[in-house]
Design a protein around this ligand. Structure first.
Ligand code: HDD
Length: 697
């Protein structure tokens, strides 16, 4: 399908695989030698290099200036292209914005996902908030919805942002730690700034270690406004709901992946798109009419609060599909620049103080990062016509003809556009008051929603949350920090604080004066299942050694591919592995995609162990293969085993008490996510795939 933004970018794209003009300088001079500097030589001895070699000089100069400042936060990211389409008229009552109401449009988008704390080269799977920034290239200009995968934020006021970022970033004296909030300063900030209470619960939950960018919710976080054709105003919060449901890694996986495959999320996004599994989200809105602003016991303009969906329903509006990877990281993912201040008619801001400050900060940061003409860069420019009297500045490259560059001018060129013809309309809001540095009364309450979140977790999620906090506080070596943190957690939930105190040391907290209200909401990630159960794009490892059962592996590979998932054969070595009945060294056997040391079980969603007596004997004597199986089992991955593979699984995963099938009918031990069968039959295969699907659910 055509995508206006891709067409636009194509006008600036060269493909070096298609065009071979030969090597030239940037000025077009054909270069005959790009490897050896011009020197003085007498034929035998080679003397000094000559400064006059302008080709060498320019190559080095150009290289010296390749880096630009990385983003002060969200430095590490991955991007993709796609489109957004409205699929109902839910939004029409509230807004006149075509992008949210016109179902005949396909609006091009670019999305950049990111972590917040780490620098550009940090690992993907660290515990952190994930950025979820969407640029809609609409017919009325760019709309940037710059959100996160968590619906609330650490602070209420933009003015606190530098303090918060300094506190969470590596400490100033030694620049430690990288990609982590597990340090004194972050927790000190939490201790002293109670408005962080709600967000800290989310960041310590499994939401902060997603399995994939494709399996996260997104949230605009701030409160925006919508305005309809009749001029009525509504407050709105934006939600992205992933087609695949919300899934997380377990902490042990996240830790290991940070070393084993620091680009895990980046690769995952590209791998899925390239293998025909575009990433999809439903855009949904929560809407509050202007007159109901003060109806709730929380302030609807406070970014540390959610709007519980039991009170304000989440209404689906349209679907975003990401189906194209970037061609070049720097010019697209690195140079893309978002601004919360970029809205289109029908969408507006609210008095949310965090949003007001963000509206200043983003434009400003892009000037430092990319220069004043950053909006001219191909990835940032709109797909609709644009023209104004902003001029000049470093690296201006658009050439504008005409003899005037101001308004009004004698030629009446470029007059402002009337509101009726699509010009920006300001909502006529009556404002009066006293100039004061104040926060609203309801902004003073910080604990009710932190409790709401904690109460809404399942037991497993609560246990993970306690472990996560205990991990982080264990990395704080200042007793003031970790003992105070326990007191602060006690304001949220006494049991939670007690469990953490037991783990990290220090005095146990006494009963808190603040009692947990016990209420819950739909916040557990288990509530966000895939639209349709699927294993599409999931990575499934098949362990093999020489002498494996060839027919079973072939059948399994075919079944996995047919389900849209990705089979990977993992062997003792990368290269030919021979099935039973074939002589090693003769013929091709099966080519293992990876070997046990090169890839680890953490990188896969499920594991299959075929039968074959020689193959099982050899895996059983391979420590790494045993570790693979045990680790996959420990991480609760679905595991299938057939024939002799069953005994290997039983021994490797230390499951002596569990009954495995030894007949051909197959037994499902679903509590463990384990499926075994004497041989691969249609029924055992379908049971197995069901378990994998269930795990992906
Ligand atoms: Fe921010 C980047 C999300 C509060 C100032 N922010 C940035 C990005 C995301 C967010 C996803 C990366 C965009 C990209 O991929 O290029 N930020 C948020 C959310 C917030 C938030 C959801 C709370 C609702 N941010 C926030 C505040 C301020 C900033 C309060 C300043 C007052 N944010 C920035 C920034 C960044 C940024 C310094 C760094 C790089 C950039 O803008 O382009 O201006």
């Amino acid at each position: 399908m055509s995508n206006k933004k891709i067409d636009d970018l194509n006008t600036d794209t060269v493909d070096i695989q298609q065009h071979h003009p030969g090597l030239t300088t940037d000025a077009g001079l054909k270069v005959s030698d790009t490897d050896t500097w011009l020197k003085v030589s007498n034929g035998e001895l080679v003397g000094p290099s000559l400064l006059e070699d302008q080709v060498a000089r320019e190559k080095i100069h150009r290289f010296d200036h390749e880096r630009i400042p990385e983003r002060v936060v969200h430095a590490r990211g991955a991007g993709a292209f796609g489109s957004f389409r409205v699929f109902n008229d839910n939004a029409s009552k509230y807004t006149s914005a075509g992008v949210l109401t016109d179902s005949s449009r396909s609006t091009p988008v670019f999305v950049r996902f990111s972590t917040v704390q780490g620098s550009r080269g940090s690992a993907d799977t660290v515990r952190d908030v994930r950025g979820f920034a969407v640029k809609f290239y609409t017919e009325e200009g760019n709309w940037d919805l710059v959100g996160n995968n968590i619906p609330v934020f650490f602070i209420q006021e933009a003015m606190k942002f530098p303090d918060f970022v300094h506190a969470v970033k590596p400490e100033p004296h030694n620049e430690v730690p990288q990609g982590q909030s597990a340090h004194n300063n972050f927790w000190d900030f939490f201790n002293l700034q109670p408005e962080t209470s709600h967000m800290i619960m989310w960041v310590m939950s499994d939401r902060a270690i997603p399995r994939s960018y494709r399996m996260m919710q997104g949230f605009g976080v701030n409160t925006y406004t919508l305005q309809n054709a009749a001029g009525e105003l509504f407050f709105v919060k934006f939600h992205w709901l992933p087609e695949l449901g919300v899934h997380s890694l377990v902490w042990d996986e996240a830790l290991k992946l940070a070393g084993q495959d620091p680009d895990f999320h980046r690769k995952d996004l590209n791998e899925a798109i390239e293998n025909g599994a575009p990433a999809k989200w439903t855009l949904a809105i929560q809407v509050i009419p202007e007159g109901d602003e003060h109806k709730y016991d929380f302030d609807i303009l406070d970014a540390t609060k959610i709007w519980p969906e039991e009170l304000i329903p989440v209404q689906p509006v349209g679907e975003m599909v990401l189906d194209r990877t970037v061609d070049e990281y720097f010019t697209q993912t690195e140079q893309v620049a978002f601004c919360t201040s970029h809205i289109v008619p029908g969408i507006g801001f609210s008095d949310d103080p965090l949003l007001q400050g963000r509206n200043f900060s983003y434009f400003d940061t892009q000037i430092t990062r990319l220069g004043v003409n950053w909006e001219e860069l191909p990835i940032n420019r709109p797909v609709c016509p644009y023209m104004n009297f902003n001029r000049d500045g470093a690296m201006r490259h658009r050439i504008t003809k005409g003899s005037v560059n101001y308004w009004p001018n004698r030629f009446e060129q470029l007059p402002p556009v009337e509101v009726a013809k699509g010009g920006l309309k300001q909502y006529p809001q009556k404002v009066s008051g006293v100039k004061e540095r104040v926060r609203g009364a309801k902004f003073q309450e910080h604990y009710k929603q932190a409790q709401l979140f904690y109460n809404s977790m399942t037991d497993v999620e609560k246990a993970h949350l306690i472990s996560a906090i205990s991990f982080e506080l264990d990395h704080c070596d200042d007793p003031t920090v970790y003992t105070t943190a326990v007191q602060r957690l006690n304001d949220i939930d006494h049991e939670l604080a007690k469990q953490v105190a037991i783990n990290i040391g220090g005095p146990l907290p006494g009963k808190s004066a603040r009692v947990n209200h016990g209420k819950t909401s739909r916040l557990s990630q288990f509530e966000f299942k895939p639209t349709t159960p699927t294993i599409k794009s999931r990575r499934i490892a098949i362990l093999v050694s020489d002498g494996f059962d060839g027919a079973t592996v072939e059948a399994m590979r075919t079944a996995i591919k047919a389900a849209g998932a990705l089979p990977f054969v993992i062997g003792a070595r990368r290269g030919s592995i021979y099935p039973a009945g074939e002589t090693p060294g003769k013929g091709e056997g099966i080519i293992a995609d990876h070997h046990f040391e090169g890839q680890r079980s953490t990188m896969f969603d499920a594991l299959f162990i075929p039968g074959g007596s020689q193959h099982v004997r050899s895996l059983a004597s391979n420590g790494r293969a045993i570790h693979w199986i045990l680790e996959a089992f420990g991480h609760l991955k679905p595991i299938g085993a057939v024939g002799e593979g069953v005994a290997l699984l039983r021994d490797a995963a230390h499951l002596p008490g569990v009954q495995f099938a030894d007949g051909s009918t197959g037994t499902v031990i679903s509590d463990y996510g384990v499926v075994t069968a004497g041989s691969l039959t249609p029924s055992s295969l379908s049971e197995g795939l069901k378990i994998v699907k269930g795990a992906a659910d």
